[in-house]
Structure formats: structure tokens, C-alpha cells
Ligand binder design. Structure first.
Ligand code: LLP
Length: 411
């Protein structure tokens, strides 16, 4: 979706003050492009919405872990939500203070937990009783303690695509109320663990605030007897607008719905998508067009290897030309070059007539875009370009991979 940073000026697509075509002329396609200004504006909007709750934002690095973005967010005051040792490594490299890092994940390896304990990161969010034993051992070996939040699965149904809902009892995430009570009642067995928080994350791209409220109410009932739990981490899930007709709750709607409940707790939030999705786009070239079976196909040099969301979730990304011209529109399937039928970016989409050599942008692709890219079909991954906070300068923040990169780890 277009916004204050990704917009048309004189019918040319811009990223802040830079015509996107200027970047393409030097870098080629496919490429990822991010407006750091837009990302920081999104961060400020969320931070300010939750200020009344004293909420602290930990940006969820899984949405986009580009170091330039992490550095910008850390400089703006964000902590980082990590899901692996690799993300903790990147967060530290980006200058994040260890105590501003939270570490979650349903299957943390012992090595990753050791790394987190050694670096004394702010919170480890536990999803399994066995993790209590592992962390307790790692911390006591070092004569340390570790601050812990227990991830609660509140068994609510989030209004989102089923593949990214996490808070129902059939999902692999979190601990049941009984498991949480059992851990809290047996705390003496884990003397190095300071169990001071509870974590919930019921899903991503939440269509309303109802399930979040239900989850928070259930959480408050669960933790009421345990006065040591003063922090509630409500996870991510604030949605991003992928289509203009969508009516979605904004960060302020979540904050004001939660205000009556969370006033006496420290609140953490872990937004990912809502910070970087609409600040990013993929730029692609049209390679060919063809018609058969009554369908017209537009074949791009970009597909599921660069942007996996349409193939994986049937996700919708707007496709717009880099230069808007008057002319006909036609209904087409936009597909990628990968050897699979699922490599489709848009089905039966009404677009301005496109020809080989035309440039298009896939919008709202900053979150879960590059991080989910692959080298399937031995396709080197695209570069990531950022337009800096000044809106005027741009640079390649991660270079295009080469064929040599493809074989770098093989012998
Ligand atoms: N916290 C936890 C524990 C999470 O699991 C997630 C996302 C977040 C925070 C950030 O959620 P957000 O604010 O971005 O909604 N690949 C999928 C999304 C998977 C989300 C995984 N967890 C997609 O492309 O839609």
C-alpha cells in the first residue's frame, strides 16, 4: 500500500525523496527497498500509542533482521524480540543493550540458551517445562540468575489467517494454564530463575482486538495469585494494511482496549510487521507475457524465492508500475520464474497493461519478505537497499548474492 514514504510524484514511484527507478538503474532487479524513515515513524506511532500503559517496544526481528534497520530502531530506543541465537547475535551487533533483548521460541536449542544466559539478556520466554531445567543448569554453572517470562497459551481464536494464529490450544505454542501453575508452584526447584513475567502472542495480522482482550483477561485471572509477576508481554500482532478496503485496528485501538486491564503492570510489546511491512517493497522487471488457456500471464524476474507470502499464505500484495501511464487495464496472473505452479504472486489481478522490460513494485513487502527468501532453483538472493532517515540518501545495505555465494559452503 502507498503511504507517506512510498508514493507517486508526477506519476513516478518514490521511496521518500528518491525515485525508485534511479535505484534500479544502479542496482538492477529484483531488489528489496526499505524506507527507514517510514519504519521509524511506525515505531514512534506504536511507542506513543502504548506510552499511557508505560509499554516498552521490542521490535520483532523475525519480520526483518536487516542490520541497518535494527541499528535505526535501536538508536530510536527500541529493544529487540529475538527467536534464535542468530537474531540475538544480530541484535547485539546492532548495538542493542542485552537487557533490552527478549528471547522467545518453541524450540530453543541448548547452545542458543547458553548464548542468551551468557549475555544476560533481558528476558527468556519459556514455552516448555524442560526449558526451566536447562536454563537453571546453565545459569547455576555460571553463578548467574536469569529473568523468565512464561509463555501462556490462552486458548483463544485470533481473527487472522490460520497459518499465523498461535493462541489456540491446538497450536504448538506456549504453556497451558495448568502447566504454568505447576511451574510456579515448583519454583524452588529452579533457584536461579527469576520468574517475573508472562508472555502471550496469539497471532500475527490480528483483524480485531477481541481475542487479545480475551487473552489478557484470561492471563490476569491466571497470574492473580502470583504477585511476583509484574510484567505482561503481549507479543506482536498489530496488523498492517495490505489492501485499501481493509478496516483494521491501529496501535491506539489495541492500547486503549487494554488500558483498563494492564494499568498496574509493566507492559512489553513485540511488533514486527506493523513497523516494517509498509516501509518495504520489492522491485521486479517484467520478463515476458503470454496467453494460454484463456489466461494472460505476466512473468516477472521475481517470485516465491524473493517473496514467499503469496505462495505460502495466499497473501495479497499490491502490484504497481514504477511509472504510471494512461492506458488500458487487463486482468492477469502475475507469476515468478521458479519451476512450480505455486510460484504465483497474484491471481486474476486487474493491472495496467504490462510489457517486457516494464518495472513493477510489490508493495507492503518489508515484513516477512527478505527474511523468508531462499536460493531455491539456485537463485542468488536479491540486495536490500535502504533510504536513510534523511529521506535523501540511499545505500545498498546488503549486496546482491552471487553464484559464488551459492557454492560458498559446499566442497
Ligand atoms: N512475538 C512473537 C512471539 C511472534 O511469534 C511474532 C510473530 C511476533 C512477536 C511478531 O508479530 P507481528 O507483530 O509481526 O505480527 N511469516 C508470517 C508471519 C509469522 C509471524 C510469526 N510470529 C507472515 O508472513 O505473515
Amino acid at each position: 500500500m502507498l503511504n507517506s514514504s512510498i508514493r507517486y510524484q508526477d506519476d513516478r514511484l518514490y521511496c521518500d525523496a528518491i525515485p525508485v527507478q534511479t535505484i534500479v538503474e544502479q542496482v538492477g532487479t529484483p531488489l528489496y527497498l526499505y524506507s527507514l524513515r517510514r519504519a521509524i515513524e511506525n515505531y514512534h506511532q506504536i511507542r506513543d500509542a502504548f506510552a499511557g500503559l508505560g509499554g516498552h517496544v521490542h521490535y520483532s526481528a523475525k519480520a526483518n533482521a536487516n542490520l541497518s534497520l535494527l541499528r535505526a530502531l535501536v538508536s530510536a530506543g527500541a529493544g529487540i524480540d529475538c527467536v534464535s541465537g542468530g537474531e540475538i547475535y544480530k541484535a547485539l551487533l546492532a548495538g542493542c543493550a542485552p537487557e533490552q533483548i527478549v528471547f522467545a521460541g518453541v524450540g530453543k536449542s541448548a547452545d542458543d540458551l547458553r548464548y542468551a544466559v551468557e549475555h544476560r539478556i533481558g528476558w527468556i520466554n519459556i514455552e516448555n517445562e524442560a526449558e526451566c531445567q536447562v536454563i537453571n543448569r546453565l545459569a547455576s554453572e555460571r553463578g548467574q540468575t536469569a529473568r523468565i517470562a512464561l509463555r501462556y497459551n490462552p486458548d483463544v481464536s485470533a481473527n487472522t489467517i490460520s497459518k499465523i494464529a498461535t493462541g489456540h490450544s491446538g497450536a504448538k505454542f506456549g504453556l497451558s494454564a495448568d502447566a504454568i501453575r505447576s511451574i510456579l508452584e515448583r519454583q524452588a526447584e529452579f533457584p536461579t530463575l527469576r520468574i517475573q513475567g508472562i508472555h502471550i502472542h496469539i497471532g500475527s495480522q490480528l483483524g480485531d482486538t477481541l481475542a487479545t482482550l480475551e487473552a489478557v483477561r484470561s492471563t490476569l485471572t491466571l497470574i492473580a495469585p502470583y504477585h511476583q509477576i509484574r510484567t505482561i508481554d503481549i507479543g506482536g500482532g498489530i496488523p498492517t494494511q495490505y489492501r485499501s478496503e481493509q478496516a483494521l485496528p491501529n496501535p491506539a485501538a489495541f492500547a486503549s482496549a487494554l488500558m483498563p486491564y494492564l494499568g498496574s503492570y509493566d507492559v512489553l510489546i513485540e511488533p514486527g510487521r506493523s513497523i516494517i511491512a509498509d516501509a518495504g517493497l520489492v522491485v521486479a522487471s517484467v520478463l515476458y507475457t503470454k496467453e494460454h488457456g484463456g489466461q494472460k500471464f505476466v512473468v516477472l524476474d521475481t517470485g516465491m524465492t524473493e517473496l514467499m507470502r503469496p505462495a505460502l499464505y495466499d497473501a495479497h500484495h499490491e502490484i504497481v508500475p514504477l511509472t504510471r501511464r494512461a492506458g488500458e487495464f487487463e486482468t492477469v496472473d502475475v507469476v515468478g520464474p521458479v519451476c512450480e505452479t505455486t510460484d504465483s504472486l497474484a491471481h486474476a489481478r486487474l493491472l495496467p497493461a504490462l510489457s517486457p522490460g516494464d518495472l513493477v513494485a510489490l508493495l507492503t513487502a518489508g515484513a516477512y519478505g527478505f527474511v523468508m527468501a531462499s536460493t531455491y532453483n539456485a537463485r542468488p538472493r536479491p540486495p536490500e537497499v535502504v533510504v536513510d532517515l534523511d529521506g535523501q540518501t540511499w545505500r545498498v545495505a546488503r549486496r546482491r548474492e552471487t553464484w559464488d555465494d551459492l557454492i560458498a559452503h559446499e566442497s
